[in-house]
Design a binder for this molecule. Structure first.
Ligand SMILES: Nc1ncnc2c1ncn2[C@@H]1O[C@H](COP(=O)(O)OP(=O)(O)OP(=O)(O)O)[C@@H](O)[C@H]1O
Ligand SMILES: [Mg+2]
Length: 284
């Protein structure tokens, strides 16, 4: 979506420039991509049923059902749904906390967790289609990277990688993409990775306990402000990197009851991601 498109939106709304993956108006599968509101939230269009109801139901359960409280610290704050009139069309949106809010040089990466991205209710054709997508990285790592954007601090460039490149990532190129995303050739990137690892450890602990739901095709959304990282070097102030990083679980279109079992698909992918980041941190 471009600036031209934003002119067609109601006052106070614009295309969300930090969207790195998922459906958008260009692929024809969504009337709009993710939008942002002037009060600082992101709006995700409700496009498909039953997937959208599943996602709304999950966010609502987190606020109202004690069994789901364990997810609360790890998902964006949910502010209900809202209807916008866009060129005569009434479109319903989920309103969520923007995890890149206030970032000056936002670096954002969408990591889809699990080697199985189809839910147990999927049709045979949906299952086949999902199995083909990101086949190499899902098999190798138990996760895939549909998109990221990074402000490269070594040369001042900006890189945005979409799903075409994401689908090519393999055993060798995926770790390189992660290194690029975390600006590993820049000082203090080690501390940055440590902070993400700390947070991923907390998310893994939660998954090792909860037996309420299994979640397919959901992502961990990583975000940090490269400006803050840069500033912490140039001003020689020990900047608080912690305040400029975030990682949250997003995209809950495929949530099914766990029947008191752990989600081994999600857990395996998350463990592999943690291991890979630990290897990168230790210079491997
Ligand atoms: N809370 C958020 N804060 C910041 N960015 C977000 C947030 N939620 C989503 N995004 C951005 O939008 C992208 C797409 O989001 P999401 O995965 O929820 O939608 P989707 O894949 O299009 O949905 P679906 O697969 O259910 O149709 C993410 O990769 C991210 O860049
Ligand atoms: Mg998605």
């Amino acid at each position: 979506m471009d600036k031209q498109y934003s002119k067609l939106l109601p006052d106070g709304y614009a295309a969300f420039e930090n969207q790195v993956a998922g459906h958008n108006s260009k692929d024809g599968r969504s009337p709009t991509g993710i939008l942002k509101s002037s009060d600082g939230y992101v709006l995700k269009p409700i496009t498909k049923q039953p997937q959208s109801d599943t996602e709304i139901g999950f966010y609502e359960s987190i606020t109202s059902n004690e069994k789901f409280i364990c997810f609360r610290d790890f998902v964006p704050a949910y502010k209900g749904t809202t209807i916008l009139n866009i060129q005569g069309l009434e479109i319903n949106f989920l309103k969520l906390q923007d995890i890149t809010k206030g970032y000056i040089k936002p670096c954002v990466m969408d990591v889809k967790i699990g080697s199985q991205t189809w839910d147990p209710n999927a049709t045979a054709s949906k299952r086949k289609a999902e199995e083909e997508k990101y086949r190499v990285s899902k098999k190798e790592f138990g996760f895939c990277i549909p998109g990221y954007q990074v402000h490269c601090l070594s040369d001042g460039s900006f890189k945005k990688m979409g799903k075409e490149e994401g689908r090519t990532l393999d055993k060798h190129s995926l770790p390189l993409a992660l290194k690029k995303f975390f600006n590993t050739d820049f000082a203090r990137s080690g501390e940055l990775i440590d902070l993400f690892l700390e947070r991923l450890g907390a998310i893994l602990n939660m998954w090792l306990k909860q037996t309420v739901v299994h979640i397919y095709s959901s992502s961990l959304l990583f975000a940090y402000d490269a400006h803050h990282l840069e500033l912490s070097i140039t001003t020689k102030v020990i900047g608080n990197i912690r305040s400029c990083i975030n990682v949250m679980m997003i995209d809950f279109a495929h949530v099914v009851p766990a029947n008191n079992t752990l989600d081994s698909n999600y857990i395996a992918g998350l463990k592999n991601l943690i291991k890979l980041l630990e290897d990168i941190r230790s210079g491997k």
